[in-house]
Design a protein around this ligand. Sequence first.
Ligand SMILES: [Zn+2]
Ligand SMILES: [Zn+2]
Length: 340
Amino acid sequence: MRGAVLYAPGDVRVEERQDPRIIEPTDAIIRLSATCVCGSDLWPYRGLEAVDGPSPIGHEYAGIVQEVGSQVTGIRPGQFVVGSFFASDNTCELCQAGYQTSCINKEPIGANGAQAESLRVPLADGTLVATPDLPSDDLVPSFLAASDVLGTGWFGAVAAEAGPHRTAAVVGDGAVGLLAVLAARQLGAERVIAMSRHEPRQRLAVEFGATDVVPERGDEGVARIKELTGGLGAHSVIEAVGTQESMLQAIRSTRPGGHVGYVGVAHGVELPGTELFYSHVHLHGGPAPVRRFLPELVDLIWNRQIDPGKVFDLTLPLEQAAEGYRAMDQRRAIKTLLRP
Ligand SMILES: [Zn+2]
Ligand SMILES: [Zn+2]
């Protein structure tokens, strides 16, 4: 089969890879209807994370089950399925508590390389969620978004306790940040402030339900959030970048007693203890347990109540994955969908 391989920073190639096959009796093989490039794929692509290449890459997927192992009972060939970027059993104590990305049996999907024609998904019964029937083609991008960016933005909003009578603010205008806007609105936040300097992203944030847009960042951004919230700060702030600057911007934009949901993969973030102590801010986040939210998200997409697929502003054949990476790296595209 064809699949993307990261050789070195800036060097992604689509080449012939071995067809995936059932290894464990709990596995499933999926023929991918769509896959995509993630903001987190850009860290190794930019050389900011070590590349142990050449290695298969990609962890977001949606498609049709081709084959299941002998112990798989809940998923069957022919179903359209979505899963998270970590396989999980969905039965251990941590999964049951809603933290499937900390499952005691978790396995990263990225190691199997989802930017490909087919994918092996471990722990299929626990990991995959099937749609009620085969979806029409126009719904596929939205289901693909549920695999990570929607689920991650959703967790950010839940962790930040976005809800009715509250103001939420979102730091970061990548796909996760934009979908955190959608999530905060769906969860009932009265006001949602998107922090973005880029016009096309601002527009999408408004389409997803942002009531205000703040282009300033850093201390100026914090000052703007305070201005918009009677000098107090937002109740709920979602951090969707993962840098020192964005994390401090999130904490400082939150009112005492408020909540920060941080879902940007942290790179070099160090929190000042004294400031944290006096902030009275709750911090919760980490790798989003997307699986917790998938049944609800699949339902919302199936019933066309949300359209998170709009976050893909570039669609390319899988063969052109390298251009998909370049477009995101240069911020010409918010998120690239790849059609195998
Ligand atoms: Zn991702
Ligand atoms: Zn588990």
